[in-house]
Design a protein around this ligand. Structure first.
Ligand SMILES: [Zn+2]
Length: 459
């Protein structure tokens, strides 16, 4: 791996101004070398999660456990089902009076078809300065950064102030039923005293100009309301009249849901986010036309645009077997997502849209989250970013999707998305998630390690 990297990153350059800035970043230089190898190795391990219980994280979990044990930690492997393995470890802090910090990362990835990719999705190759592979940003990058920083801390005898609880978990990509949720339900004592957590989909940069980069820290995420809609009608011959056609009635309901534009509701997180972005870009936030403002954000507009309102997208349809037979039942699936505080209102909106003749069943229902952008932990994130990137400005944002934070927050843990990466301005970062040609710049990983190292020392 090292031979693929630019020469300036050899260990000999550890006397560069950046790495001797202080003892913290100097100690992190070993981790910066190691993170690339760790991420490369993890990307080469197939831990694809196909959903419905079809996945296998055991090899990835054993790899992680071995890397932790190598430096003297005592990882525990836990299996919810054969092959569905999670790893938990604890790093002792210097102040036993402080509550531990949870760092959680999932080991599974979504499937990838090599024929769609420019570089093999399970090769872990470095091409054009980036590590390519399924999981490069979601989220073997953060798994590797966490491993690299923790190994370095332990090896060098530098204790973080707080205990760290590390959780490398299975099954996030299928809702965590066999991973985070299973751990929280069956082994809550492992996380009992944790008060705060960091994990994926936050802490990445959004470049405004050479001297201003916004780093989006995830402090909120929408709730999940995946539903099945069913309409029953009268079976009949396709040649005859039928005023009780299940297909027709279902399609009307689905069209009403799909075409509906839910009203704009700004939660505190989104309000702060939009004001910060408006100020940074020098644009006025037009409350009556937020779409126009958001469209100016480029590729992340897709994700941000979904955080100003509830959404419901029809995704699957099923009815009938033969063109001349009117079926007695028709079903559809809808991916619903509601804002924090909007759970009841969303249900009311959906039921009004589908009407009384349509039966609604939940396929997956999980809470929305929102926490404040304040406190010492947030300060530690902001100052660690600033120390490594003088142009950094940390701001909160809401994720339109969901993560394992939903499970861990059930234990009263304040969850943040903080996997720091300084990204090239032209990288379509949100398009990398579950996308083709997923990759992470090598320099971004090194940056992430430096920031995490500082963050853990200060948190
Ligand atoms: Zn993920």
């Amino acid at each position: 791996m090292a031979s693929n990297l630019p020469a300036s990153h050899d260990k000999q350059t550890s006397t560069s101004p950046q790495s001797v800035a202080d003892s913290v970043s100097a100690a992190g230089s070993t981790a910066q070398d190691e993170v690339i190898e760790l991420c490369h190795d993890l990307l080469r391990i197939d831990s694809v999660n196909r959903g419905n219980g079809d996945g296998n994280e055991r090899s990835a979990a054993e790899y992680v456990a071995a890397k932790l044990a190598e430096v003297g930690l005592e990882p525990t492997l836990l299996e919810s089902a054969p092959g569905r393995t999670s790893v938990i470890a604890r790093v002792e802090g210097s102040d036993p009076g402080r509550a531990p910090l949870l760092i959680h990362g999932h080991l599974d990835v979504v499937p990838a078809d090599p024929s769609d990719w420019r570089v093999h999705p399970f090769g872990g190759e470095v091409v054009d300065g980036s590590l390519w592979g399924r999981g490069a940003v979601d989220m073997k990058d953060m798994d590797a950064m966490t491993l690299a920083v923790v190994r370095d801390l332990v090896r060098s005898g530098r204790r973080p102030p707080r205990d760290l609880v590390l959780a490398f978990v299975a099954d996030e990509e299928a809702g965590g039923t066999l991973g985070a949720r299973w751990l929280v339900d069956n082994h809550p004592h492992l996380f009992a005293d944790c008060t705060e957590a960091i994990s994926e989909v936050g802490g990445f940069s959004y470049t405004v100009s050479d001297d201003l980069r916004l780093y989006l820290i995830e402090t909120a995420q929408k709730g999940i309301a995946w539903m099945k809609l069913t309409v029953a009608g009268r079976v009949g011959h396709g040649s005859m009249t039928n005023d009780d056609n299940a297909v027709t009635a279902l399609c009307e309901a689905v069209a009403r849901v799909g075409r509906h534009r839910f009203p704009v509701v700004l939660t505190p997180t989104v309000r702060v986010f939009l004001n910060s972005v408006g100020e940074a870009l020098g644009i006025d936030i037009d409350a009556d036309d937020l779409e126009t403002t958001i469209a100016k954000l480029g590729p992340i507009a897709r994700m941000i645009g979904a955080t100003i309102r509830n959404t419901a997208n029809p995704t699957q349809l099923d009815a009938g077997e033969k063109v001349n037979v009117i079926p007695g039942e028709a079903t559809a699936y809808v991916d619903g997502r509601f804002l924090p505080g909007q759970e009841e209102e969303f249900l009311r909106q959906i039921d009004e849209l589908i009407g009384p003749a349509v039966r609604r069943d939940w396929v997956v229902f999980d809470q929305a989250l929102e926490t404040g952008f304040d406190g010492p932990l947030v300060d530690a994130m902001a100052s660690a970013l600033k120390a490594e990137d003088p142009s950094a400005r940390a701001i909160p944002y809401m994720l339109s999707g969901g993560t394992d934070a939903k499970s861990f927050s059930r234990l009263g843990i304040r969850c943040f998305g903080f996997s720091p990466l300084l990204l090239p301005p032209d990288l379509d970062f949100s398009g990398m998630f579950h996308g083709v040609d997923e990759r992470v710049p090598v320099e971004s990983l090194r940056f992430g390690v430096r920031v995490l190292d500082r963050f853990l020392a200060a948190s």
